[in-house]
Write a protein that binds this ligand. Sequence first.
Ligand code: 5GP
Ligand code: ZN
Length: 115
Amino acid sequence: MPSDCLFCRIVAGELPSSQIYADDDVVAIRDIAPQAPTHVLLLARKHVASVRELGPEQAGLMDRLFAAGAKLAEQEGVAADGYRLVVNVGRNGGQTVDHLHVHMLGGRPMTWPPG
Ligand code: 5GP
Ligand code: ZN
């Protein structure tokens, strides 16, 4: 675990977060700066910097992150009206924390294209 990685430290419990779900592969927390009434981050439990670094060792991980996002959207009551699952990759993609995560946003209509 990179000791300077914000999300590794959150996963390890070294930094506080409002955690709403955890399993062997995924830790879900509320985003500190929510961009929608419901904004959950699905963090990979093990450090992977981004989608670019995914390899055979992480087979199935994105499935589990997305499945957790879908499950939590139901649980949070935003699924029926629709929601968005987003993965930002790299600088142009808007990624600011280099630890693999999926955003689950809901509770308001989303626009397209994204900014
Ligand atoms: P990215 O921009 O990399 O796709 O997403 C990073 C997200 O992490 C942002 O939405 C940002 O608000 C959130 N974030 C940054 N620092 C913290 C933190 O310390 N705690 C929590 N819960 N979220 C954070
Ligand atoms: Zn990390």
